[in-house]
Design a protein around this ligand. Structure first.
Ligand SMILES: [Zn+2]
Length: 405
C-alpha cells in the first residue's frame, strides 16, 4: 500500500517531524517500509490535505463506563458510589456487556486510539466479551477485569479464588493473542481489595508475565482512607507490600505522592498514566509533572473514561498542557504529541508502534486538517489544541482499517 499524505511524526520528546507531502508505504504484513518526502511515482491513494500521524495511546480507561461519560460529578468516592458502581453492576448481563464492548471499541478507533489499557467490570464474562470485541475491531490493548473483594456493593464483589481462576483462564486465551492483546491483573484500587487478594494477584501476574495496573493516590479522602485501612505509612507501601509495584505495572493518577513515594516509584520501573481531564472533572488535583520528568519515570496519557470526558487523546494532551501551566511549567506541544504516541507506546512496552518509521507496524490516523494550516508548529498546535478540530477520518492498526468515516 502506497499512500500520499501530509505526515507528522514524533521524533523525540522535544521534536516532531513534519512532511508537507510524503509517501507512506506499508507492506502486506502491515509494516511500514518507507516514509519519505514525495518524489513521484504511483500511489494507491492521495490523502492530501489529510494529515497522517501515528495512532494514539490511551493508557487508562474503563470500558464499563462508556455510557456514563459526562456523568462525573466528583469527588471520587461519591462518584463511584452513586454513578459508577450501579452502572458496572449491569455488566453481569452478557447482552449489555457485549453491546457496550462494541460501542467502546468503535469509540476508541473513531478517536484514533490504536493502543489502550482498559479496565473491565468485575465480571469475567464481560472481560471475555471485551477481548472478543477488541480482537474483532483489530485494536491493540492491555485489558482485564477489575478485582474487588471488599469496599463495594455485594453484587460487584468476587472473592480471590474464583476471580483469579477466571483471570488465569482469560490469560490462557488472550495474553499475547495476535501480538496485539495482553492481559492485565487489575486490583481496582486498594480500598476495594483485601491484602491477601492483592498479594495473590501480584503472584499471578509474575508467574504468567501479565501486566499489573491500578489507581494510585488520586483523591485526598481516598489516600487517608487507604493508609488508615491498611495501617500503612503511605499509600504506595500498600502496593509494595502486595508485590504489585514493578517494571510491568501502570499506575493511574499519582497525584498526592510524597517525595519518598516518588523515589521508590521511580526505582521500580513502573509507568504513570496521567489523566488530567479526569483529575479536573472530579476535582482530584493536579499530577505534579516535575516529579515524573525529574526522575525519568515512563509517562503515558489516559482519558480515564468516564471520569474523563473524551476518548480523544489530543483533548487529554491539551489538558496535560494546562495542568503543567498551572504548576508554572510551559511544556512544548511536541512533548505531548510524543507522550500521546511514541512515548505512550514505550511506557506500555510496545516498541513496535507509536511512530511512522520504517520497520514499525503501521498504526496510523488520518486527520482532516485544513489545507491552510501549513506551518509545522501550527500543524502540531492545531492537532493538539484546536478543541473543535475536525474528527478523525480513518484509523489503521497494522495497516488494516479499523475505523473510517
Ligand atoms: Zn480510572
Amino acid at each position: 500500500m502506497r499512500l500520499r499524505a501530509r505526515v507528522l511524526d514524533p521524533v523525540s520528546v522535544d521534536e516532531a517531524r513534519y512532511l508537507p507531502d510524503a509517501l507512506v508505504e506499508v507492506d502486506p504484513a502491515g509494516r511500514l517500509t518507507l516514509v519519505e518526502p514525495w518524489s513521484g511515482g504511483p500511489c494507491d491513494e492521495d490523502l492530501r490535505p489529510g494529515l497522517l500521524t501515528p495512532g494514539f495511546v490511551d493508557a487508562h480507561l474503563h470500558f464499563p463506563q462508556t455510557r456514563i461519560v459526562g456523568a462525573a460529578s466528583g469527588p471520587l468516592l461519591e462518584w463511584l458510589r452513586t454513578r459508577t458502581f450501579p452502572e458496572e453492576a449491569r455488566f453481569a448481563q452478557a447482552d449489555h456487556a457485549r453491546a457496550v464492548a462494541e460501542q467502546f471499541t468503535a469509540s476508541l478507533a473513531a478517536a484514533g486510539t490504536t493502543l489502550c489499557q482498559a479496565y473491565g467490570s468485575v465480571h469475567p464474562l464481560a472481560a471475555e466479551l471485551l477481548f472478543q470485541a477488541l480482537d474483532a475491531r483489530g485494536l491493540r490493548a492491555i485489558a482485564g477485569p477489575v478485582l474487588m473483594d471488599q469496599g463495594a456493593p455485594d453484587e460487584l464483589l468476587l472473592p480471590a479464588g474464583p476471580a483469579l481462576d477466571a483471570l488465569e483462564a482469560l490469560a490462557e486465551r488472550w495474553h499475547g493473542h495476535d501480538g496485539r492483546l495482553q492481559v492485565a491483573v487489575i486490583p481496582r484500587f486498594a480500598l476495594s481489595c483485601t491484602m491477601p487478594m492483592m498479594q495473590a494477584a501480584g503472584q499471578l501476574a509474575r508467574r504468567r508475565g501479565l501486566w499489573v495496573s491500578t489507581h494510585l493516590s488520586e483523591n485526598g479522602e481516598e489516600c487517608s482512607a487507604t493508609t488508615s485501612l491498611f495501617q500503612a505509612a503511605d499509600y504506595l507501601s500498600v502496593y509494595e507490600q502486595a508485590g504489585l509495584l514493578h517494571e510491568r505495572s501502570i499506575y493511574a493518577h499519582c497525584i498526592h505522592l510524597s517525595d519518598s513515594e516518588w523515589d521508590r516509584f521511580a526505582g521500580s520501573g513502573a509507568a504513570v498514566a496521567h489523566c488530567p481531564d479526569s483529575n479536573d472533572f472530579l476535582g482530584s488535583g493536579g499530577m505534579p509533572l516535575r516529579s515524573v520528568l525529574d526522575r525519568d519515570i515512563p509517562l503515558a496519557l489516559g482519558s480515564d473514561i468516564a471520569a474523563g470526558r473524551s476518548f480523544r487523546i489530543p483533548r487529554i494532551a491539551s489538558s496535560a498542557f494546562d495542568n503543567a501551566l498551572r504548576q508554572g511549567q510551559r511544556t512544548s506541544p511536541a512533548r505531548w504529541f510524543w507522550t500521546a504516541t511514541r512515548g505512550g507506546a514505550l511506557a506500555l512496552q510496545q516498541p513496535q508502534v507509536g511512530a511512522l518509521q520504517p520497520g514499525l507496524e503501521a498504526d496510523m490516523v488520518l486527520h482532516s486538517l485544513p489545507e491552510w494550516v501549513e506551518d509545522p508548529q501550527d500543524v502540531l498546535n492545531t492537532l493538539l489544541f484546536h478543541q473543535d478540530a475536525p474528527p478523525v477520518l480513518r484509523t489503521w492498526v497494522r495497516g488494516r482499517t479499523v475505523s473510517q468515516r
